[in-house]
Design a protein around this ligand. Structure first.
Ligand SMILES: C[S@@+](CC[C@H](N)C(=O)[O-])C[C@H]1O[C@@H](n2cnc3c(N)ncnc32)[C@H](O)[C@@H]1O
Length: 432
């Protein structure tokens, strides 16, 4: 994974006709991106904290006291940063693990409360000498040693007895990370693959020891978050829901949308559900719910036909090229943009007049055709969602934890380019 691709020189990506401007000052090379609760958990394709910070600073019409929405909030980077700016933050995601993490990262807790409850959990762990595994994972022994299963079961029972919902969530987030860490999954992948045998036989982490390191790390991050938080900021409202459904969002309008939607359908890009599956199962979700996460993700159900389609000449051109090679893949690609555009049709309506939407995307290659998602979205959001495209900032991604190459066919050895630059699109909602 993470092979280094030669990045296109910034000047090649600037394109005034498309309002694209490459700006290396947005790379934040070498900067701390994991301050405050941004450093809790490693969720796929997280937004880089200083990027969100600068977007709020430069583009939000109202900062302190304003309202921020992330309709694909993942682990909550935009929500954390919104709160740090004194904003009321709202997020939506359909992955229950993302919702748990986003809630844990945006709920301030005192250092003392975490320490006291950690001790209580350890005491309960000692008292519970055995607990039923009760976890809906197919072929559990393929992923875990018997010892890890026994220890995880006891630890889960000890955490579930935590009375305060806020504290329980914090420890469940630590537990989710521990459950993935101690498993036999390869740690450098976002797809779930088993470690090779020679690594497996040496992989004997203690569940309690791993959990303790995660708790200590996350407690420090929480302390940093709390010390930076302006007084009186409301805790973010994180909704478990499908952004394509207008009922998913609470009423109200927003001054700023900051979001990074998925890069494409979950089968051929990042499978958030698959990545989360072991953690979710240990948190008590059944297999049907876990499997649904990827199916329900944008583009999860391929379009039956290539028409009708939303208004983007660039998308039309790309679909024609892909269809000539593989009609089924063309329908996959279309369904992703149809879903994203459908969601944004009503999400854009939640912006207050004069409000801004900042959308971070990557461009990828399908069947040898480079999909210019930034251009497609600038067309779709202008033609279909009532937004005005102001500009696109092109930034390098020195730190983003993403595979720089993927295998669209999922056949080892067949690699397609993913992205080494990302595109930050800035839109506004006109005042009349
Ligand atoms: C690129 S990730 C967001 C990462 C996030 N910015 C962060 O920093 O952690 C995209 C997110 O969109 C979510 N998603 C995909 N389809 C969705 C849908 N239809 N409704 C709500 N969320 C969806 C995925 O579960 C994933 O968490």
């Amino acid at each position: 994974m993470a092979q280094s691709l030669a990045r296109a020189p910034a000047s090649l990506e600037s394109d005034p006709r498309r309002l694209r401007r490459a700006d290396p000052s947005w790379d934040f090379r070498g900067e701390d991106t994991k301050y405050a609760t941004h450093g809790i958990y490693r969720y796929p394709a997280m937004m880089v904290a200083p990027v969100v910070r600068r977007l709020i600073d430069e583009y939000s019409p109202i900062k302190n006291g304003g309202r921020l929405l992330d309709p694909f909030c993942g682990s909550g980077s935009a929500l954390v940063e919104g709160m740090l700016h004194g904003m009321t933050a709202v997020g939506v995601d359909l992955n229950p693990l993302a919702v748990l993490l986003a809630r844990a990262k945006t709920t301030p807790l005192t250092d003392r409360a975490i320490r006291v409850e950690h001790q209580a959990i350890l005491r309960r762990y000692d008292e519970i000498t055995s607990a039923p595994a009760n976890v809906d994972i197919q072929n559990l022994s393929f992923w875990y040693s018997a010892r890890s299963v026994a220890e995880l079961s006891r630890l889960r029972a000890a955490i579930l007895a935590t009375e305060s919902e806020e504290l329980r969530r914090f420890f469940e987030a630590c537990f989710a990370e521990t459950a993935r860490f101690v498993s036999w999954t390869r740690k450098d992948e976002y797809k779930t693959y088993r470690m090779p045998e020679e690594k497996r036989k040496d992989w004997r982490p203690s569940v309690l020891g791993s959990f303790a390191s995660v708790v200590v790390h996350n407690r420090e991050k929480m302390g940093d978050f709390v010390s930076r938080l302006p007084k009186g900021v409301p805790t973010a409202n994180v909704v478990l829901g499908d952004t394509r459904d207008p009922a998913a969002l609470p009423n109200g309008t927003y001054d700023l949308i900051v979001t990074s939607p998925p890069y494409g359908d979950s089968r051929t890009t990042v499978a958030y559900g698959q990545y989360s599956s072991l953690s979710l199962s240990w948190l008590g979700y059944d297999r049907a719910t876990v499997n649904r996460t990827d199916r329900e993700s944008l583009g999860g159900r391929p379009a039956a036909e290539l028409t009708p389609r939303p208004d983007s000449p660039t998308l039309d051109r790309h679909l024609t090229d892909i269809r000539a090679k593989d009609p089924a893949r063309a329908r996959d690609v279309l369904s992703f943009y149809v879903d994203l555009c459908g969601a944004f049709r009503w999400v854009a309506g939640k912006l207050a007049p004069g409000g801004r939407a900042c959308v971070v995307v990557g461009n990828r290659t399908v069947k040898g055709v480079r999909l210019e998602t930034d251009v497609i979205l600038s067309e779709l959001f202008e033609h279909e969602c009532g937004l005005v495209h102001e500009e696109t900032i092109v930034r390098g991604i020195p730190n983003k934890v993403m595979p720089l190459r993927n295998s669209p066919s999922n056949i080892p050895g067949q690699l397609g380019e993913t992205m080494a630059n990302e595109y930050v699109l800035i839109f506004n909602r006109p005042r009349n």
